[in-house]
Design a protein around this ligand. Structure first.
Ligand code: GLU
Ligand code: ZN
Length: 316
């Protein structure tokens, strides 16, 4: 038996087939920051001889901009960043999220919450908990029942209730980020029981991203460091849903030529891919932010040639 276990291959190892992805939210066209995540994840997939999938994260419909999704596809193709397999839309995968939610319900891990932001803030004041600026509010567990139970479909359909995941005590999550090294977060003290379905009925990013990455067999997640603080939550969800945890690589913060963090202004400007020359200039900027050095800088190079050189330079 022990022998059988020890020869089981780790499904996340590149030998089994690297599968990466780029998962933009269609809240606008690609900008320098999102191109960086696209290029970084594409290069990592190509370098590892893997597949690179495109998934449109269009769950938060009020925030989606009509047309942005087509624009993103065109911009990626203009930059030579073609994806493998058919692209997917989260808006068409609600059944999968519902199924996962129901699985957690059967494990008695869900409870409804009717707190408003204000109620939560007031409770924290009463408890004497100060939330530092720029830090997330830690949900104090106000609505958590003494005894967790399996909720009926009627209860889950309650209007104006959010559904939270009950965390175990001492939920300390540790992982090795391929770029940033050892990471650790205590979900109880830094996050609290988090929401999986919002009170407007929408499934949250945390649930959807975990279900999709598992369902699509993603082995490597390469994305911007702005998403780092979500990773511990996602790893915990993977554990309770019985999924494998992929490898994570968070692309370090983008610095300008003076070593300063790029301003929102610079990062949020739509990239210009009107012709090959402009697209290549955008790619070159992104590569610089990624720390890729000694790439061909001539005028007479095609995007395909440049991407090949960048793939060689990636990770070396
Ligand atoms: N859709 C998320 C975003 O655009 C990214 C999700 C992810 O890469 O995990 O910020
Ligand atoms: Zn509540």
């Amino acid at each position: 038996m022990i022998l059988a276990v020890s020869i089981l291959k780790n499904p996340s190892s590149p030998a089994d087939g690297y599968r990466g992805r780029f998962a933009p939210s269609p809240t606008g066209p690609l900008h320098a920051g999102s191109l960086l995540a696209a290029l970084g994840s594409w290069l990592d997939a190509r370098k590892n001889g893997g597949q690179w999938l495109l998934r449109i994260e269009d769950l938060d419909t009020p925030r989606c901009i009509p047309g942005a999704e087509q624009q993103i596809q065109e911009q990626l193709l203009d930059c030579g960043l073609a994806w493998d397999e058919e692209l997917t839309y989260q808006s068409q995968r609600q059944g999968l999220y519902q199924e996962a939610l129901e699985g957690l319900n059967q494990q008695k891990l869900l409870y409804s919450c009717t707190c408003s932001r204000q109620t939560i803030a007031n409770t924290l004041v009463e408890l004497g908990v100060l939330t530092p600026r720029n830090q997330e509010i830690v949900y104090p567990g106000t609505c958590k029942p003494a005894q967790l139970k399996i909720n009926t479909p009627d209860e889950i359909g309650l209007p104006k209730a959010a559904w939270r995941l009950a965390l175990p005590k001492n939920c300390q999550i540790e992982f090795e980020d391929l770029a940033l090294g050892h990471q650790s977060q205590n979900l109880n003290t830094e996050v609290g029981d988090f929401v999986l379905r919002r009170n407007d009925g929408l499934f949250t990013y945390q649930l959807a991203v975990v279900v999709d990455d598992a369902q699509q067999g993603i082995t490597h997640i390469v994305r911007g460091e702005d998403l780092l603080s979500n990773t511990a939550r996602q790893i915990h969800l993977q554990k309770v849903l019985g999924y494998h945890t992929p490898r994570y690589l968070h692309l370090p913060l983008v610095l300008d030529e003076y070593g300063e963090k790029l301003s929102k202004q610079t990062l949020a400007t739509q990239i210009n891919t009107q012709d090959e020359k402009h697209a290549l200039a955008e790619l070159r900027k992104a590569a610089q932010y990624l720390g890729l050095r000694n790439l061909p800088d001539g005028e007479n190079i095609t995007i395909a040639e440049w991407l090949l050189a960048a793939t060689h330079a990636w990770g070396s």
